[in-house]
Design a protein around this ligand. Structure first.
Ligand SMILES: [Fe+2]
Ligand SMILES: [Fe+2]
Length: 332
C-alpha cells in the first residue's frame, strides 16, 4: 500500500478496535523500531546516542491500521463456494509476484545521508513528516496483507500466497522509508505501533474498495512525482525519489490483484448499493488525499510541484483507470 486509505466512517458498523480484538498474529518485524526525539535537531548538533522513543502524532488524517472480518474473507475466497474465482488468473498473478522484480531495487547509498544533512529549515520537518506518514501507510499495508496471507492459507493457498508476497513488498517499502528516517536521526517504532495503535475495522467489501483505491492512487502519486523530477532534476533534494519508478510498479501489481479479487466478487460491484458505496469510497479517499496534501504544500512546493495540480492529476488518472473495475465511480 502506498496511499492512505479512506478515513471517513460511513456507518456506525465501522468500529475502531484494539489490537487484541483484531486477532492479528504475532509477527516478526523486519525493521529497526526506535523513534528518536531528534526530529528537529540539525545535523551540526551531536545526535543523542540513546534517543527518546516517540510515537507518531495522531490526528483524523493520520494513516490508520486496518483489520477486517477474516471469517467472511475465508468464505469469499473459498473456491467451492465462490465459482467466480478465476484460478488461472490468480495463478498467473502469483507467478508475477514470485518473480519479485524489485528484489534488488531498494539498495541505499551514501547520497541519502548527505542529502538529508543539506535539507534544513522548515523543509526538514515537513520532509521528516512525509517519511513518517509514508512509512506508516506502507506498514499498515504490510500488517493487513500479512494477516490475510495467514488466514486464507487453508481456504485458498494461491490467494493467500499472493497476500503474503504483497506483505513482503510493503515491508520492503516501509523498511526503506524507515531507513530514510535514520538519515534524519530518527526511526519509527513500528513494533510499538503494531501493539499500541488502534485498528480500524472495515468489512471485506470496504477493505476491497479502500485498498484497491489506495494502491492505484499510490501508483499514480509515485509515478507522477518520478516523472516530474526526471524532467526537473534540480528539485531532487533527496535520492528516495529516484526509486519511485520501480517502486510504483509494486503498487500497480497490488492494485491489479485487487482488481482481480473484486471481479471475483460481483456482488460488491453490480447492484445499486455497491455503486453508491464505491462512489462514497472514491470520494472519501480523494478528499482525504486532498486535505492531507493541502496541509503539506511546503513539501510539494519544495520538490517543485503545485499541490492542487498534482492532486487533480492523480485523481483524474485514477478515475480513468477505475472505470475498468469499479462501477461508474463518481463520473456519471
Ligand atoms: Fe507499498
Ligand atoms: Fe501496495
Amino acid at each position: 500500500m502506498a496511499a492512505e486509505m479512506a478515513l471517513v466512517k460511513p456507518i456506525t458498523k465501522f468500529n475502531t478496535i484494539n489490537t487484541t480484538t483484531a486477532r492479528l498474529s504475532n509477527r516478526r518485524l523486519p525493521f529497526t523500531v526506535r523513534m528518536s526525539a531528534a526530529t528537529t535537531t540539525p545535523p551540526t548538533s551531536k545526535p543523542s546516542k540513546k534517543p527518546q522513543k516517540q510515537g507518531i502524532k495522531e490526528s483524523l488524517l493520520t494513516p490508520r491500521f486496518y483489520t477486517t472480518d477474516f471469517d467472511e474473507m475465508e468464505t469469499l475466497f473459498n473456491t467451492e463456494i465462490n465459482k467466480n474465482l478465476n484460478e488461472a488468473e490468480f495463478e498467473a498473478l502469483l507467478q508475477e509476484f514470485k518473480t519479485d522484480y524489485n528484489q534488488t531495487h531498494f539498495v541505499r547509498n551514501k547520497e541519502f545521508k548527505e542529502a538529508a544533512d543539506k535539507i534544513q529549515g522548515p523543509l526538514r520537518q515537513i520532509f521528516v513528516e512525509f517519511l513518517e506518514r509514508s512509512c506508516t501507510a506502507e506498514f499498515s499495508g504490510f500488517l493487513l496483507y500479512k494477516e490475510l496471507g495467514r488466514r486464507l492459507k487453508k481456504t485458498n493457498p494461491v490467494v493467500a500466497e499472493i497476500f503474503s508476497l504483497m506483505s513482503r513488498d510493503e515491508a520492503r517499502h516501509a523498511g526503506f522509508l524507515n531507513k530514510g528516517l535514520s538519515d534524519f536521526n530518527l526511526a519509527l517504532d513500528l513494533g510499538f505501533l503494531t501493539k499500541a495503535r488502534k485498528y480500524t475495522f472495515f468489512k471485506p467489501k470496504f477493505i476491497f474498495y479502500a485498498t484497491y483505491l489506495s494502491e492505484k492512487i499510490g501508483y499514480w502519486r509515485y509515478i507522477t512525482i518520478y516523472r516530474h523530477l526526471k524532467t526537473n532534476p534540480e528539485f531532487i533534494c533527496y535520492p528516495i525519489f529516484k526509486y519511485f519508478e520501480n517502486w510504483c510498479q509494486d503498487e500497480n501489481r497490488h492494485g491489479d490483484f485487487f482488481s482481480a479479487l473484486m471481479k471475483a466478487q460481483p456482488q460488491f460491484l453490480n447492484d445499486w448499493k455497491a455503486k453508491l458505496w464505491s462512489r462514497f469510497f472514491c470520494l472519501s479517499v480523494y478528499v482525504t488525499m486532498y486535505l492531507n496534501d493541502c496541509q503539506r504544500t511546503d513539501f510539494y512546493e519544495g520538490i517543485g510541484l503545485n499541490t492542487k495540480e498534482f492532486d487533480m492529476h492523480v485523481i483524474i488518472e485514477v478515475i480513468n483507470w477505475l472505470y475498468l473495475t469499479l462501477p461508474l465511480p463518481l463520473l456519471d
